[in-house]
Design a protein around this ligand. Structure first.
Ligand code: AMP
Ligand code: MG
Length: 411
């Protein structure tokens, strides 16, 4: 069978060939205490003000600013204290001329009061308070709705719910929230050389480490990931496992069998089951060996067996794909400019992605490259916060060169 599909695409072309094929998943309603890390499926519009009343931010005295307008050290003003209002209570009547209310942090400001003076700035007895400086109207009064106004769009549909946003939902009285359901993914590794982590390493074998990294990334992105395990280098077996894996999952991630000059077993298996190959190979190092395909509308990402290459492809293609399917509005990878903390001594005919950490020094963003770099290594991604890009055709880059970087661990 003849199949045609783009080969050796750029990262941007690949994303453009892949992302339009997927849609976000269905919605469900869950308790807010389970919603951190989930994606909001509705706009949250406030039905209330936060705070719901003018509030005192301090322990002090609520009074009429006009009454103390002329107060000074030489001519202090004494007011009579009519009652005490702790948090959770309200004053029984409004404040009139010459009166004050003792008020505690979080209590509502009584009617008639236009300023709060802190305890520390007063002299007081049980029934009187003496003030020796004027206060501005509104001073130390937290206005109703300062934090959130009734009718305001508080959280947009498609936002990832952070711990602070869960608190905002609680503050607005939501016991439950409508979110997109969690994606499910299957992860399988191909390779005759692979053994499970608990098995003995017989000659020529290596442990199946990649599947654990991929599984862990998926879990971090709130995907329910199922490890299918190791499949032999046999197109028929791979094909059967791909089909089986996708019956009950939203997407499939495989490793191995896509290297250039390899037996192309993944491609063969995908063709056997009639999957649509969206593209093969990406002009990136690491991450050149990669196939994106669709089977019955579900995406398949066939990653390299090389652990770092697999991780880079997963971060640059899988992450935005998963974010889009999860319902996130801003699913695309964010970029920033960074300075290189070390030189990059090699000429780079191909476009490279170098894992690194983001350091802020003297107000500037720097990338510190991973100490060990190599497609087949497990170490390069260990501390990765960003991926630094070396453009295709770059000469060696001195320290302090400005390069683009991809934020793959932001919200
Ligand atoms: P492949 O993509 O199948 O050509 O594999 C490329 C390299 O990655 C080979 O050296 C494999 O032995 C190694 N490799 C393949 N699968 C894995 C895996 N699941 N975990 C760790 N290394 C692997
Ligand atoms: Mg292989």
């Amino acid at each position: 069978m003849m199949c045609t599909y783009p080969e050796k695409v750029t990262l941007e072309e690949g994303l453009q060939l892949l992302l339009p094929h997927v849609d976000r998943v269905s919605e469900e309603i869950i308790p807010i205490e389970e919603s951190s890390g989930r994606v909001l499926a509705v706009n949250i519009i406030s039905g209330e003000n936060i705070p719901p009343f003018h509030r005192s931010p301090y322990d002090g005295y609520a009074l009429r600013a006009a009454d103390i307008a002329g107060a000074s050290k030489e001519a202090p003003v004494q007011l009579s204290v009519i009652q005490e209002v702790p948090a959770g209570s309200t004053a029984s009547r409004e404040i009139r001329e010459g009166e004050a209310v003792k008020i505690l942090t979080g209590a509502p400001v009584p009617e008639g009061a236009t300023a709060i003076v802190k305890f520390e700035d007063t002299l007081f007895t049980k029934d009187t308070v003496t003030i020796s400086a004027p206060s501005k109207e509104g001073s130390n009064i937290v206005p109703v709705g300062e934090d959130v106004k009734e009718g305001e769009l508080v959280i947009e549909k498609g936002r990832l719910l952070s711990p602070a946003l869960v608190g905002l939902l609680a503050g607005l009285g939501h016991r439950t929230v409508r979110v997109y359901r969690r994606l499910t993914a299957a992860v399988l590794s191909t390779g005759d050389e692979l053994v499970g982590v608990g098995e003995a390493l017989t000659p020529g074998k290596i442990r199946n480490s990649s599947i654990y990294t991929i599984h862990a990334y998926l879990e971090q992105w709130n995907v329910m990931a199922r490890m299918v395990g190791i499949v032999k280098d046999d197109a028929g077996e791979i094909a059967a496992n791909i089909k089986e894996s996708l019956t009950a999952n939203d997407l499939l991630i495989t490793t191995g069998g896509v290297s250039v000059g390899d037996y192309d077993l993944l491609k063969e298996a995908l063709i056997q089951i009639g999957a649509e190959i969206l593209f093969w190979k990406v002009r990136l190092k690491p991450g050149m060996a990669f196939i994106a395909a669709l089977y019955q509308g579900k995406p398949i990402l066939a990653l390299s067996g090389n652990p770092s290459a697999a991780a880079v492809s997963l971060l640059l293609f899988g992450r935005p794909l998963i974010r889009k399917m999860s319902g996130m509005k801003n699913y695309q990878t964010k970029e920033l400019l960074v300075k290189t903390a070390e030189e990059f001594p090699k000429k780079s005919p191909s476009r490279r992605m170098i894992p690194g950490t983001l350091e802020i020094l003297d107000g500037e963003a720097w990338i510190v490259f991973a100490k060990k770099q190599g497609n087949g290594m497990l170490n390069p991604l260990r501390d990765c916060e960003i991926l630094g890009e070396i453009e295709a055709g770059s000469p060696s880059l001195p320290r302090g060169s400005i390069i683009k970087a991809y934020r793959i661990f932001d919200r």
